[in-house]
Design a protein around this ligand. Sequence first.
Ligand SMILES: NC(=O)c1ccc[n+]([C@@H]2O[C@H](COP(=O)([O-])OP(=O)(O)OC[C@H]3O[C@@H](n4cnc5c(N)ncnc54)[C@H](OP(=O)(O)O)[C@@H]3O)[C@@H](O)[C@H]2O)c1
Length: 261
Amino acid sequence: MKTDPFNDDELRLPGASGRRDFLRQLAWAAAGVVVGGGIRLGAEAGGRDEEVALKIGVVGGGRMGSALGKLWVKAGHSVLFTSRTPAKLAEMVYDLGPRATAGVPSDAAELCEVIFLALPYTAIPEVARAMAPQLRGKLILDASNPTLRQKVALLEQEGIAGVAKATARAFPDAHYVRGFNAVDASAVTESAAGKTRRLGVPLAGESGPALEIAKRRVWAPGCEPVVTGDLLTSEPFEVGGEAYRINVGAAQLRQVLAEAT
Ligand SMILES: NC(=O)c1ccc[n+]([C@@H]2O[C@H](COP(=O)([O-])OP(=O)(O)OC[C@H]3O[C@@H](n4cnc5c(N)ncnc54)[C@H](OP(=O)(O)O)[C@@H]3O)[C@@H](O)[C@H]2O)c1
């Protein structure tokens, strides 16, 4: 039996509104209805028992974006990969089959309920502005990292003690969750393929429905989410932190995080 998102009160996203209401989209998705002329969802999920297929926009279909996006396609979600030149992604989406499509970032904002960001950090303000009109109530899962130098400048400029909290300001209408920034794309792929110990992946966000959806519904197969807490708790797994890109199992990751705080 399929999970009904409407019966899961803790997964309600409070900011979603109007015709693009997040939960309505999830329900449509479960029913296999085409939303806004977009991607058909649900029917392709192949009758999986426990999960509802989502429409995930992978903004930045480079190394990290394509690694995660491919896993989400395999897991039954519909994935729209983006590039400033979507034709570059044509071969990849063709190989992935009908659940994969390509577009520009604003397409992902318009058509998807979850947006995964894997961009050069300097591209975020521009991409956030382009997507802003369509982001209300949606989940942003962000893996984009500043360099150490950019981090110092950002924190000075924003007057905030954490990269995640400062970056979230670019997405005021969305639910911002930090995740997958602190693991290598190759480590995620190998873990998903069962070639290594199950990878622990740190995750931070304000507690609530968006964090739960990130943790339970968007999660990459073969990885284990390790939630540190609210956005300010991401610092140990931000660039320069003890848990940044160490690519270890969940138990070891928890230990490193505990020692770092
Ligand atoms: N690679 C990893 O293992 C890994 C792991 C954890 C986190 N990350 C983080 O993920 C981010 C991406 O890394 P990557 O290795 O995947 O880089 P990448 O292979 O160079 O991919 C970058 C992607 O960003 C897109 N992009 C660049 N500038 C853009 C702009 N102004 N507007 C819209 N899209 C733009 C590129 O698309 P087009 O150029 O085609 O438009 C491309 O799809 C970085 O912040 C990195 O720190 C990477």
